[in-house]
Ligand binder design. Sequence first.
Ligand code: SF4
Length: 61
Amino acid sequence: MKYYVNEDCIGCGLCAGTCPEVFEMGEEGMAVAITDDVDESVMEEAETAMNECPVAAIQQQ
Ligand code: SF4
């Protein structure tokens, strides 16, 4: 399972706070997801981050 942050991101920081193993804030203030498969140990947090994103900018690949 991989995640992708699309251009709808408003840079609120919620995903990086919820699951820093997968999401971090990039140089332009928007979130970026790691390119690797999400480790099973943080899968639940990553899914929570996706579901709680206020603009639904996080997608699964
Ligand atoms: S939670 Fe959504 S809007 Fe907020 S930083 Fe993450 S991807 Fe962007």
